[in-house]
Design a protein around this ligand. Structure first.
Ligand code: FES
Length: 261
């Protein structure tokens, strides 16, 4: 059983998974740490404009390069012995470098994984042989492109005492507008819903777009992330601060709660 669970976790490492929104790293130097697949990662907006992801592990002795959840910096300095990396992952400074015989900085940059964006979403995969995100998504890529202008009205995370696949099935059965038998293998689930394996479900609840991602903590516990989306605002008030929006979200939250309880 445990081995099956570990296999499932490997599937997460091999797949493209949703890891954030471009607004999370609005400018060059912005970064955040991310551990939903139980691997410490770093996602950043590099000074060359690219969004990149690295293992958050210093190439000296493996300490976390970044220790705060979010920040902005044009260089990443490990607190242990001050090895410093630029935002492309290159090792740019080593104190007392002459003491490290045969150190080749070129070989000791941060280890990068794949990161790509579509429709304002950031996806990552540890699988360096994975097809491009667009190729992997197939027809669903067009649906994600429609999200480009959407705003995040609210995000929340809950730990739910159930297996992540059961959680995914429950959400699909209750919110995806289809009886499609192929639903667990992903892709289109009807006009307003789609799934991206292994763990993303995009649905419409009370006319609003909602994204669920389910992350296994252990065999019987799931971290459920819920992202409530709003259309582009015609006012200067963001949906996150708009009381009318927040009222609508409360109503959707109640509906979701009834389903996952
Ligand atoms: S572990 Fe990072 S500089 Fe030593």
């Amino acid at each position: 059983m445990e081995r099956d669970f570990e296999k499932e976790r490997q599937a997460f490492a091999d797949s493209w998974v949703l890891a954030g929104r471009v607004e999370d790293v609005p400018g060059p130097g912005n970064y955040y740490t991310w551990e939903k697949t139980r691997v410490p990662l770093l996602i950043l907006h590099a000074t060359d404009g690219e969004i990149r992801s690295f293992y958050n592990s210093c190439r000296h002795r493996g300490a976390p390069v970044v220790r705060v959840e979010r920040g902005r910096n044009r260089a990443l300095r490990c607190q242990y012995h001050s090895w410093t990396y630029d935002t492309t992952g290159k090792l740019v400074s080593v104190p007392d470098e002459r003491d490290f015989v045969d150190l080749n900085r070129e070989d000791r940059g941060l280890v990068q994984i794949k990161a790509e964006t579509i429709g304002g979403w950031i996806f990552i995969t540890e699988n360096l042989n994975a097809n491009s995100l667009t190729e992997s998504l197939g027809d669903i890529a067009n649906k994600l492109l429609e999200d480009t202008q959407l705003l995040i009205a609210k995000r929340e995370t809950k730990n739910v005492r159930t297996n992540w696949k059961l959680m995914q099935e429950t959400l699909t059965d209750n919110f995806a507008s289809t009886n499609d038998e192929t639903s667990t293998s992903g892709h289109s689930l009807g006009e307003d819903s789609y799934a991206i394996p292994p763990n993303l479900l995009h649905v419409t609840i009370e006319k609003h777009d909602v994204i669920f991602t389910t992350w296994p903590i252990d065999e019987n516990t799931t971290e459920l992330e819920i992202i409530y989306l709003a259309p582009p605002s015609e006012t200067t008030i963001s949906p996150a601060e708009d009381s009318a929006w927040q009222k609508e979200i409360s109503s959707i939250q109640k509906t979701i709660q009834q389903v996952i309880e």
